[in-house]
Design a protein around this ligand. Structure first.
Ligand code: NAP
Length: 290
């Protein structure tokens, strides 16, 4: 099986997998530096992760900045994503603040964190916000731009925009193969890169997947995390995972040297479809229980 290459409109390729800073170390509005988060990112970079996922709401951009500096790596060796949410009415100001916190001149990818805003309630529409992100790309402050948690109808709002949506980052795992109806196939057909957050979410709940994963861990002598991350990749989605534990950081990065067969992939897909598990945006997407 040939694994996908995630190439952006700028020509850059997104490193696989991403290392997330948003769940374990989430502390919105708290400017203090969490040494545990810094250590985790430094450790991940030392193991070889080259893609760090942040967001203004996580409160971990300061930690990302310290970790990049401590890693000793050159800026251009690391792919950095951040996202705008509660400051969506002024995404330029939000990005400048994020860059200041991360001590960077640009981000590789800037995402609208979620589509739950509109002109009437928030003073800005999704297309208007997208124009601001497009201007940030033209200015060179963001090399590529995209969205997160967008359903098909949200992406369609941007159909007429000059700048194409390059990425949609969604919750995705065997028990949640479509965060919103049809989103997986739609994005792939439109050439929009899909990123999976919470790719290991299905490991935290029991269900029809368990015997399949157990069988495959034995078949390949790999752990459950590696099998699931490989499934995510085999379905043409880029996993953004995380761990505070060095041994898991390493195993989640060690995805070379074995390939799931198309039958293995189908078995996980089929078992996953028998159960529904969603961890984030549960209120907003309560209607979708695929
Ligand atoms: N755009 C959005 O709305 C959004 C929402 C949520 C998250 N995100 C992004 O996505 C990133 C990843 O999300 P996530 O943390 O939910 O992803 P995840 O990788 O599915 O889950 C990470 C959790 O699984 C555990 N874990 C890691 N490797 C494991 C393994 N091999 N076996 C068993 N358990 C394992 C970790 O615990 P230990 O630390 O104990 O290993 C951690 O609690 C976030 O950090 C954030 O950057 C984005």
């Amino acid at each position: 099986m040939v694994l996908p290459i995630f190439k952006l409109p700028s020509g850059a390729t997104i490193p696989v997998p991403g290392f997330g800073t948003g769940t374990k170390w989430y502390k919105p509005g708290d400017p203090s530096i969490d040494r545990n988060a810094v250590d985790a990112v430094v450790s991940a970079l030392k193991f070889g992760y080259r893609h760090i996922d942040g967001a203004q709401i996580y409160g971990t951009e300061g930690e990302i900045g310290v970790a990049i500096k401590e890693s000793g790596l050159a800026r251009e060796e690391i792919f950095v994503t951040t996202k705008v949410s509660y400051k969506i009415t002024d995404a330029r100001k939000a990005l400048l603040e994020s860059l200041e916190l991360m001590k960077l001149d640009y981000v590789d990818l800037y995402l609208i964190h979620a589509p739950f805003f509109d002109e009437e309630t928030n003073g800005i529409s999704v297309p208007q916000a997208w124009e601001v992100l497009s201007a940030l790309k033209a200015e060179g402050l963001a090399k590529d731009i995209g969205v997160s948690n967008f359903a098909i109808k949200d992406i369609e709002l941007l159909a007429g925009a000059k700048e194409k949506v390059a990425v949609n980052q969604i919750e995705y795992n065997p028990y949640l193969q479509n965060q919103t109806p049809g989103i997986h196939d739609y994005c792939l057909e439109k050439g929009i890169i899909l990123q999976a957050y919470t790719p290991l979410g299905s490991l935290t709940t029991t269900g029809p997947l368990d015997p399949v994963i157990e069988k495959l861990t034995k078949k390949y002598d790999k752990d459950a995390g590696q099998i699931i991350l490989k499934w995510v990749l085999a379905t043409n989605v880029l996993p953004v995972t995380t761990s505070a534990k060095p041994e898991r950081q390493l195993s989640n990065l060690s995805l070379d040297g074995f390939e799931l067969t198309p039958e293995d992939v189908e078995e996980i897909t089929a078992a996953g479809k028998k159960k529904h598990f969603r961890k984030y945006w549960t209120k907003e997407y309560a209607a979708f229980t695929n």
